[in-house]
Design a protein around this ligand. Structure first.
Ligand code: ZN
Length: 207
């Protein structure tokens, strides 16, 4: 991964079963929100402190890609992406429910410190072979989420085209590409492990 983290884009509701588990409609264009770059921290055995007294925090395990250069229209995923990682999009779910009702921005629910931990990166295997491998999230040793890019509503190509054309996409920008079903609450002491196939990319503990 490029050490510089620039913009942090996230895709909401990109897996049908996850949209359904939260009672949300499936969007007809990518639903993009942002996190502050300050939310990005290493997911490499670290203890991550979550906000206190603001209701339930949920984990959302996600595949994360990083742009290695400036996006130009017509660019293919394999030209833009050199590295990928796995991350957790931690979410203050009760706060999100309230601000969704009020129509307020999502920053309070999605942008708090430590809300975007990222495993060490691996070379991007190529867009066509991504779906050969599942990513999984283990909570306290038990699998809670399993994702595959084949199940995405919007493909990585759709996502980079949409973000690149509407908002701009350049070197160091991260994209959290959405979470599969199985999200749930975290408690102090919980341990999360993120696997790409059989390869454990990262681990963290909730402090
Ligand atoms: Zn998410």
């Amino acid at each position: 991964m490029c050490a510089l983290v620039n913009n942090v884009y996230c895709v909401g509701r990109n897996y049908r079963l996850h949209a359904a588990e939260l009672g949300n409609d499936v969007p007809d264009e990518p639903m993009i929100f942002l996190k502050p770059s300050h939310a990005v921290v290493p997911l490499d055995g670290s203890v991550l402190v979550m906000p206190e007294g603001r209701g339930t925090v949920h984990f959302e395990g996600e595949l994360v890609i990083q742009a290695s250069k400036e996006y130009v229209p017509g660019m293919k995923v394999d030209e833009l992406i050199e590295f990928m990682a796995l991350g957790i999009d931690f979410t203050l779910r009760d706060v999100q429910t309230v601000i969704k009702k009020k129509g307020h921005p999502w920053t309070a629910a999605k942008g708090f410190r430590n809300s975007a931990p990222l495993t060490p990166s691996i070379p991007f295997p190529g867009n066509d072979s991504l779906s050969d491998v599942d990513f999984t999230v283990l909570k306290n040793g038990e699998e809670v989420q399993r994702g595959n890019t084949a199940d995405m509503i919007f493909s990585l190509q759709d996502i980079i085209d949409y973000i690149g054309e509407n908002y701009g996409l350049g070197k160091g920008d991260l994209i959290f590409t959405g979470t599969p079903a199985g999200v749930g609450p975290v408690e102090r002491g919980d341990v999360f492990e993120l696997f790409w196939g059989d390869l454990r990319l990262g681990r963290c503990e909730i402090g």
